[in-house]
Design a protein around this ligand. Structure first.
Ligand code: ADP
Ligand code: MG
Length: 372
């Protein structure tokens, strides 16, 4: 794709004139950064400032001239899959205007020739994945109190995206790596709307998103149709992960490799207690009851039939104990068992492709598969 004009000639003054207000960084408006500004903030993208690597590129910690810290994401997406420069910045600007205490603020971007950078507020404690759920030896103790705060905070952030802003935003890539933690370990959801913006035209589900198998709603994988209820599915998986401390997919198991399979089997056996993280053994009876309730909400969110899943605002209410959960009935969850179940644009109208995806998605629940 050819970039037709430079930033200075392309954009309306409103984008360029917006500057941050000193001392009010959380309210800072989205703005365009220059390449040299980002270069000096990250000390020429020095490897010592590298804080992560994701599907869309590398992330560096940076310090702006006003002293505030930022996370600079250097996009490594092929230009083919990016839109025009002006449209790209305009869409990012819309995402940058979204402010909520449980959402990571996008502070701005930079387009320099073929290179594109996203500038986010910096989150001190990295991600939920790295801080609480990573390898046994590296992770911090995840108390029930913190789990509750993370689960409810993330649900609030998503309820805001889904139900309070217009047009609503579907996140599309909810996973533990996209839940970041600030200096007080408060959770903030990052990368909302990004999967749509950086979509890969060759497939309905971008390869980056497909990489996070286990969080992917079955209808998203099989039809490419993404709705708020697909986010609810991914949130449900995340919730099961927060309570159990288990990985979403365990490749070393040949039975019940997926967390959701395990949780459903435990639910059917009337023994959800065994899904609660062993690290929480010393918690009180009230907290154990609460953790079972959270697991049930997780299963409600992952039901195969998307319309039976609750809305995110209902999830917030259920987790906060404002909605009675005792007599709620839960139907079986959906699952995307492997990458073959993901429909690609190469076979856009192929019934075979769609139905085989559906078959894959449901076959995992057949008795033979569960008994395997
Ligand atoms: N705003 C941020 N503050 C601190 N660390 C971040 C921030 N954004 C991303 N990171 C770190 O960089 C890693 C890579 O991020 P990203 O490119 O979004 O890929 P992914 O979401 O697949 O992990 C994250 O897992 C996280 O560890
Ligand atoms: Mg991310």
């Amino acid at each position: 794709m050819k970039i037709l004009c430079s930033l200075s000639t392309c954009f309306s003054p409103s984008f360029q004139d917006q500057t941050t207000h000193q001392g009010r960084e959380s309210e800072a408006t989205f703005r365009i950064f220059t390449h040299s500004e980002l270069k000096s903030a990250t000390r020429s993208f020095d490897s010592s400032n590298k804080i992560g690597e994701g599907g869309f590129g590398t992330v560096y910690k940076g310090r702006l001239r006003d002293g505030t810290f930022v996370a600079v994401k250097v996009l490594s997406i092929e230009l083919d899959s990016l839109r025009g420069e002006k449209e790209f910045v305009a869409e990012l600007g819309t995402l940058g205007d979204i402010k909520h205490q449980n959402l990571v603020t996008l502070r701005g971007c930079c387009v320099e020739g073929a290179h594109r950078y996203l500038v986010y507020e910096y989150m001190e404690n990295n991600s939920l994945h790295r801080y609480f759920l990573g390898s046994q030896e590296g992770r911090m103790r995840f108390s029930w109190e913190s789990r509750r705060e993370v689960a409810i905070g993330v649900a609030r952030g998503l309820a805001y995206l889904h139900e309070e802003i217009k047009p609503h935003v579907v996140h599309r890539d909810i996973k533990a790596r996209n839940i970041l933690l600030d200096q007080n370990l408060r959770p903030k959801v990052s990368d909302f709307g990004l999967a749509k913006l950086l979509r890969d035209d060759k497939s309905y589900v971008s390869t980056q998103v497909a990489g996070t198998l286990g969080y992917l709603a079955p209808e998203y994988a099989s039809s490419g149709k993404v709705t708020r209820k697909s986010d609810v599915y991914s949130y449900g998986i995340l919730l099961l992960q927060i309570v159990s401390g288990l990985p979403v997919v365990d490749p070393y198991q040949d039975k019940q490799r997926f967390l959701v399979e395990k949780a459903w089997a435990a639910y059917e056996a009337g023994d959800l207690t065994k899904m609660v993280d062993a690290e929480l053994n010393e918690e009180s009876v009230a907290e154990e009851e609460e953790s079972i309730r959270f697991l049930k909400v997780g299963l409600l969110c992952t039901q195969e039939t998307a319309k039976l899943r609750p809305r995110m605002s209902e999830v917030v209410e259920m987790l906060s104990n404002k909605i009675e959960m005792l007599n709620v009935s839960i139907s079986k969850p959906g699952l995307v068992p492997d990458l073959r179940a993901i429909r690609t644009r190469n076979a856009p109208h192929s019934e075979v492709s769609t139905s085989s995806a559906a078959a894959h998605a449901s076959s995992i629940w057949s008795s033979s598969n569960l008994a395997r």
